[in-house]
Design a protein around this ligand. Sequence first.
Ligand code: NAD
Length: 444
Amino acid sequence: MKTDHLTRREFLDQTARASAGVAVAGNVIGSEPLRPGAARKRLAMVGTGGRGSSMWGTGVVKPYQDYVQFVGLCDSNRKRVEVAKGLMGVDCPTFTDFDRMIRETRPETVIVTTRDSSHDQYIVRALELGCEVITEKPMTTDESKCQRVLDAEKRYGRPIIVGFNARYSAIAEKTREYVQSGLLGPITSVDFHWYLDVQHGADYFRRWHARRENSGSLWVHKATHHFDLINWIMDTEPVEVNAYGDLRHYGRSGQKRGINCRTCPHKSDCKFHWDITKSPSAMKLYVDCESEDGYLRDACLFREEIDIWDTMTANVRYANNSIMSYSLNAFMPYEGYSMSFNGLHGRLDVRTYDRQPWTVNANAEFRLSLNFGKSEMFELKVTGADHNGADPKLKDMIFKPGVPDPLRQRAGSRAGAMSLLTGVAAYRSIEQRRPIRINDLVKF
Ligand SMILES: NC(=O)c1ccc[n+]([C@@H]2O[C@H](COP(=O)([O-])OP(=O)(O)OC[C@H]3O[C@@H](n4cnc5c(N)ncnc54)[C@H](O)[C@@H]3O)[C@@H](O)[C@H]2O)c1
């Protein structure tokens, strides 16, 4: 983080002076009604890439203009932050220096949408400088960063919201409803298997996600969603994890490789060749900004430096005495998942078989079977855009005042920690060849 290294006291003094006479809305995001005529919440964003400029950018600027306004945008890539500003259609100043942005623009809330591995530094600094925080998942990528975030939240007494959009999909909501209804009896075990296909799955290996130091691997970057869903659906927390992982298809397992697709000598015979020049948005956001940081959005997914796994299984024991068998595979012929809850009185199966469940219609098959009783099946049709309609529901909950939360979908740092630590425990288990207890990773 490029910072001016202000102390917290200096910062608060400066902010207090700068704020004299400026009306600041006093409501906590999403929890209290805005008074008529109250000021709009002042937002700043750090990390203005794909997710930042779209879901939290264009997807917020107009739809939530009555409630919030962007006062600053920051990114380590000087060009990308300008592109994002244009895409979002805002006129706020842009920065490459986070502290300067906070000092000059006085946001109340900071949205953190950088790479996963730098979330912690911006979360902690934003709290320290007097802001509330909304962070993308995963909250962070390892146990020591997680400890820092939890300690900072306690120390500064300001809330962290974690953007677990997957909780808001109609499929997740329906699943929770069944599990919480008690029909299945106490849940004894869960079978949960997630399939990423040769397009979506491969894309993680082209990008920064392909290095553990950036993403904590798919155990954290991707599976944090899945582990959070299980915690939320069953209303429990993980206790112990044992895992295995391999890299069988991408990275060094490939036969041929280049540096990136645009310059690759194997273009004509690689099934994974992706021509980024055909995507105007990717050209603008990434290729046109390469000169600043050298980041190649179309990097070869068979490069030797890749150190994440593409084939993963884990067993997890939970506080509610249930156990889970989980897998994540990243080069499947189709995209989707299979999630079953086994209870003392019955079983719930949930399946989706879509190529791109986040972008096309992701119909889900539900089968509810009771021991010695009926087995009934039905299909739930959900619209595909914006992660099956989950993203707008999450933003309503965060930005619109007074939205009720009967399903307890709002997620804070505890939920953020529990899901990411399941992934951290999984990769530590692979590294150390032993089961890892969550309580041995951080002090809550
Ligand atoms: N919830 C979801 O469904 C979902 C979907 C996609 C991405 N995400 C999350 O959103 C975040 C961003 O992902 P993305 O796909 O937009 O990636 P991206 O590469 O498009 O954007 C990341 C941005 O962060 C900037 N950046 C990197 N390091 C930085 C640093 N130290 N300081 C400041 N800026 C820095 C990069 O220049 C880039 O602009 C990630 O945490 C990712 O896990 C969540």
